[in-house]
Design a protein around this ligand. Structure first.
Ligand SMILES: [Zn+2]
Ligand SMILES: [Zn+2]
Length: 367
């Protein structure tokens, strides 16, 4: 009995001393981005629709409340300085907090007035791959130089958490009221951004030695581009949220626009069709031939013609073109024939050709 009473007492103590930072499992200096990320992760994990643990709903409600406070700069400042009591005084007559399910709905979209977090710039890069890689499919490793949050100060720019102080010039508001005399005896009050803290409300006494206070560091990141067979020319592959990081925004995307390298003497591609130019001699053009070419995957394709092949003739080989994107179908291979004539012919050959083509005139040439 005493035991359960103690437990109850502990529970009550826990509830009244809810630390919103602990609820979201973030540090006191967490950036807006950290808070969003934490909420995104935890609210999904504890959503009562998914999580059937007893107590999941209570956790979900706490998480929503914590996010509501910490994602709102004004409420967060009041909470930091005056705690839960200060917040209650601030919220006063207003409705007591929001419906945790509305908070969730707004965050994950569907809610009308969702405040979009600022996103950093995305980068779009033309990325050249060989036609053979698009034909067979290929994993291509590449590196990107980018900025990431400093891992020493986690983006605060301060040597330690103790070096982050509320700006004394503006009292942490980031703005100051300035009295300006517009006429003798007449003053106007204007709001200006605080110079001392640049509007952040906080100043750093000792800069982080790792990033020199810049909050981000240079980093070389490794990625793998999956080229799928038949990927269309100019297809964009998005690496979500992998562009430059900053404490001021949610990182944009790295976008690769896949292009085929121009290679001389190789296949050309037009959608699912492949084009190849084959040069044959006049003898082959007239008498027929059998020869092999190497396909993009190294397989030998036999080209065979009986009889006459006209210059510019296009032979279609069904199913030997490009694989179609996200499909089991294959396009066709088009072979265009180019006929070369010999630079000169010997007198005996000329004689034979005359006999063959102009039997009536054959004797006259020798006169
Ligand atoms: Zn200031
Ligand atoms: Zn740093």
């Amino acid at each position: 009995m005493i035991y359960s009473f103690l437990l109850l007492l502990l529970f009550v103590v826990f509830v009244t001393a809810t630390d919103y930072y602990k609820v979201l499992d973030v540090h006191k200096s967490a950036s807006d981005k950290d808070i969003r990320a934490a909420y995104k992760r935890l609210s999904k994990k504890w959503h009562p629709d998914k999580n059937k643990d007893p107590g999941a709903e209570d956790r979900f409600v706490d998480i929503a409340r914590a996010y509501e406070i910490l994602s709102d700069n004004t409420k967060r400042q009041i909470y930091d300085r005056h705690g839960e009591e200060g917040l209650k005084a601030h919220e006063g007559g207003q409705q007591q907090g929001s419906n945790p399910f509305d908070v969730f709905q707004n965050f994950f979209g569907g809610g009308g007035h969702h405040q979009q977090a600022r996103r950093g710039p995305s980068t779009v890069t033309e990325f050249e791959v060989s036609l053979a890689d698009v034909y067979t499919g290929q994993s291509i490793d590449f590196m990107v130089k980018k900025k990431i949050l400093c891992d020493h100060c986690r983006g605060s720019g301060a040597a330690s958490d103790g070096d982050i102080h509320t700006c004394t010039a503006c009292g942490g508001h980031g703005i100051k009221l300035v009295k300006q005399q517009i006429f003798p005896g007449m003053f106007a009050q204007t709001q200006v951004t605080c110079n001392d803290c640049g509007g952040r409300g906080r100043v750093i006494k000792k800069k982080c030695p790792h990033c020199q206070g810049s909050k981000v560091i240079d980093h070389t990141a490794h990625y793998t581009l999956e080229v799928t067979p038949g990927m269309p020319e100019g297809h964009e592959v998005v690496f979500d949220g992998e562009a430059d990081q900053s404490p001021d925004w949610e990182a944009g995307d790295i976008v690769l626009r896949v292009r085929t390298k121009k290679e001389k003497g190789s296949f050309r591609r037009k959608e699912s069709g492949l084009y190849w130019k084959e040069t044959i001699g006049v003898d082959e053009a007239l008498l027929g031939f059998k020869r092999e070419i190497a396909h993009l995957d190294g397989r030998k394709i036999t080209l065979e013609r009986d009889g006459v092949t006209q210059p510019g003739f296009v032979q279609v080989i069904r199913g030997e073109g490009m694989p179609e994107f996200n499909s089991a179908q294959r396009g066709d291979l088009f072979i265009e024939y180019n006929v070369v004539l010999p630079l000169e012919i010997s007198p005996p050959t000329r004689k034979k050709l005359l006999e063959a083509f102009h039997p009536n005139e054959a004797g006259r040439d020798e006169l």
